[in-house]
Design a protein around this ligand. Sequence first.
Ligand code: ATP
Ligand code: 6CM
Ligand code: CA
Length: 544
Amino acid sequence: MYLSGHEASLDLREVVGVKAVKIPAKSSTLSFGKNAKVDENVPYCIEMQPIGPLGFSVVIITRPGNHRWRCKQVSFQCKDSSLCHQWITAIKEALKSEAFCRPKKLVVFVNPFSGKKKAVKLYRDKVLPLFELADIHVTYIETERQNHARDLLVQNSLDLKRIDGLVCVGGDGMFSEVLNGLLTFTAHDLHIEEMDRFEPVAPDIRIGIIPAGSTNTIVYTTTGTSDVVTSTLHIILGDQIGIDVNSVNVNDQFVRYSVTLLGYGYMGDLLKDSDNKRWMGPSRYSWSGTKSFLANNAYYGEIKYRLSSNSDSHPTDAVKCYSGCDICSMAGQSNSRSTSKVEISAGRDTDLQLDEQSDFMKHSNSQSSDLSGSYSDSNWRTVIGKFVAVNSVTMSCSCDLSPPGMSPYCHLGDGCMDLIMVSQCSRIEFLKFLLRTAKGEERKNLDFIQMHRVKEFSFRPLTEDSDLLSISSEENIPQSKKVKLKRQTSRTSVWNCDGEVIDQPKISVRVHCQLVKLFARGVEDPSLQDDQKRNCCSPSFDNS
Ligand SMILES: Nc1ncnc2c1ncn2[C@@H]1O[C@H](COP(=O)(O)OP(=O)(O)OP(=O)(O)O)[C@@H](O)[C@H]1O
Ligand SMILES: CCCCCCCCCCCCC/C=C/[C@@H](O)[C@H](CO)NC(=O)CCCCC
Ligand SMILES: [Ca+2]
């Protein structure tokens, strides 16, 4: 917003709402008269010229810092109540314009048991008054059990065609329920069966998240902070951003969608241990994290992954994904061009060929085998090893514990995930990895870490007799060594899939570029001025 002389211009893109107010006689507000006008050439601005008494307040957003948004009231006087009413109506009507993509009807799910169990109060005290100010009609649902929200969505009990968005007040787990419910409903509605290698369909409506959980990774990564008011304001302004979604298969059967982390080994063990300590609240993760760290378990496994075809884009390339990110915009455009045709990519058949032709890694720290030219998609690689952790993230996974996130240069909507493999290492080495991850420090010179930007991957634990040869350097393994290896390979971990445990270790994962839209705009580049932030961000305004 700027004020100049007797005129005030407000950027309607950043208006939260407008209300009538009684303005005290000595207030320092501006007033305006009949010759105030909507400037047709500046579609987002209304110019107001001051005269007269009575008034109304326009609530706009401010950026006090650290990516947090707050509200500020700008009050105007009118010379009579009719003019005041006209202005309120004109501003409300302008905000309803399709160009702004602001939601009018929302379904809000609140998980009363999220995080520190304050979700209901947070919603009533901080969110609802802002939704009311913005004239958003809300259907409120307090969840009564796990999968309540998901079931309501899959069964289409909410008439999704008549609403603009779903909001979950909770943590990543609650979002995951809503995401899975919405995508499954969308597929079923089009009679698409969710099976091995099916193409999921993008829903029409957006999802918003009000952070009230323990980790709040998705909110933090898409807004730059985990703050209730900030997230509410992103929803009200109608922000939108497409984020990548994974489809996860277990034993070749589709099981669920994920958007943040898939972690085997350390992150899986941590989650499994923490699941029956929910009573501890968010601190359960620190407790179980320390336990898993001390256990220093490592697991044998085979990972096959398909590298991104963009060799310039890499987990260590230092290109941050900010609001209006060029890499995500380009990926989004080519994705929307390709959605009309069925995409054919290398699949299980090629995996078999790969098994026959590949020169497997014998040691966990050695380089991956290059299978270039052996079949149509030469970007497949295979790694065999003993891993403390295998993590795949589809977004950076910034959160309070690690503001830079598990993979700081990962993109929200580039159609790729970052695969981070931590080979067997000492506790000191793993601590180094954890600390560097928490602080966002360089990890590429740690020789027990491999990082790749991939489109899909599969993992299988090495537990079969036939696997022993591939993990031993000896041609004829002595009986004593065989027994030892058998004991070691029979130990498996579980997968941490967006905070839910998947018990079966054999999985395959594919990423679907910008499959779902959130009410967010990505992290605003802190080096930009406020007006630059306003202009670079939201795709909805580019199209308007
Ligand atoms: N009424 C309820 N009772 C018990 N569990 C519920 C209820 N409503 C939702 N849930 C489940 O609680 C799980 C965890 O909730 P949520 O993600 O909101 O909080 P959290 O685990 O504290 O945070 P985070 O996921 O960020 O670590 C979700 O997977 C959801 O399925
Ligand atoms: C010195 C020790 C510092 C440890 C820092 C390690 C680096 C952590 C990177 C952050 C990764 C977050 C991944 C997000 C996972 C969420 O989908 C999931 C559900 O909310 N949370 C957890 O699994 C809970 C995750 C708990 C992480 C410890
Ligand atoms: Ca991505």
